[in-house]
Design a protein around this ligand. Sequence first.
Ligand SMILES: Nc1ncnc2c1ncn2[C@@H]1O[C@H](COP(=O)(O)OP(=O)(O)O[C@H]2O[C@H](CO)[C@@H](O)[C@H](O)[C@H]2O)[C@@H](O)[C@H]1O
Length: 393
Amino acid sequence: MPLTADRAKPAVPFAGIYRLIDLALSNVVNSGYLQVVVLTQYKSHSLDAHVTKTWRMSTLLGNYVTTVPAQQRVDKNWYLGSADAIYQSLNLIHDERPDIVVVVGADHVYRMDFSAMVEQHIESGAACTVAAIRQPISLANQFGVIEVDDDDPSKIAAFLEKPSEPKGLPDNPDEVLASMGNYVFTASALEQAVSADRETESNHDMGGDIVPWFVARGEAGVYDFKDNEVPGATDRDRGYWRDVGTIESYYDAHMDLISIHPVFNLYNYEWPIYTSHSPYPPAKFVHGSGDRIGEALNSAVSPGVVVSGAHIYASVLSPLVKVHSYASIQGSVLLDGVEVHRHAQIRRAIIDKFVVIPEGCQIGIDHEHDRARGLHVTESGIVVVGKGQVVTR
Ligand SMILES: Nc1ncnc2c1ncn2[C@@H]1O[C@H](COP(=O)(O)OP(=O)(O)O[C@H]2O[C@H](CO)[C@@H](O)[C@H](O)[C@H]2O)[C@@H](O)[C@H]1O
């Protein structure tokens, strides 16, 4: 919040020109899987509009990316959880009759070749395979935590969803093996699991209920993300993965993009991240004398941006952002169409679409003042200005 006040998390803009869902979908199609459904529910309009407009593949060979909203086909309920979303969409599996179903979340920043995970799934004979990555134990309460089988480390012995008292790994007590929220299922087993789950009083959650169901039957395998080879990966960005479920992690993921050797490398053309945007003109930087210099350093700047006599540093500017003379922006993420008037100063802030920052306004400099104006300030001091918020000096 407040970035998801008005849109589903996967529709949150990312890195200027993308939406978060573009990363998951790019991974899926780059892995060679071209029949994709996106199950949507919560405030899904902008997600639906983006997917429909952007993700158009050739229908000639039967390829598609389709959004499927909750349709109340089964009863009067909307999706009760991620497992129920699949249960209510089983008709799609019946229609297509796939052998294997790859299920991925859509709110993470990473590159991954799912075909290697599918290969392991088939070879291992598991009914369910969970992708896993080491994470600090302090974050264990945000993840499904995996304990592997001592005798066969490719099998899951126990799976605890968001445990409050996690156990560290045998070789490093400060880390856990976390589920990435990406799964490969044998289609018939997935159908059986979500159907059985529907009959129980569970949370109908993939991580909380479905994975443990397979673990209890000894049918769950684990795929270690560190074995995943993506074409074009650099030593620096190999193995990069961030769950951008909080303002802090969303902000940090942006800062990862703009370092000189990016920690997450958007310039890997061997594994492109696809998106679409309108035919905006190139970014423009004007004024270059005295203290009126239009420049952006260590920053990513999108098409349609105009930086006029303003100083931008370590920031991400999305399409159509306009910054006027003597303004200064540092360590910030400005979403589409934000306009920053003269002499404004912005530090460590995320500003949602089309917000107007008035002349001389300061954001992120005095947090008391920020809070008093109704701006959201996180514990670590990132200021977020929500969509439609009117900012005063
Ligand atoms: N009702 C619904 N209809 C449609 N889609 C829905 C839905 N509810 C959730 N989703 C989607 O499912 C994915 C997973 O989100 P969840 O909120 O269910 O789990 P969370 O991200 O907390 O943990 C999960 O992801 C972390 C990794 O980030 C794992 O460690 C953990 O085990 C796993 O449960 C997201 O892409 C979300 O948008």
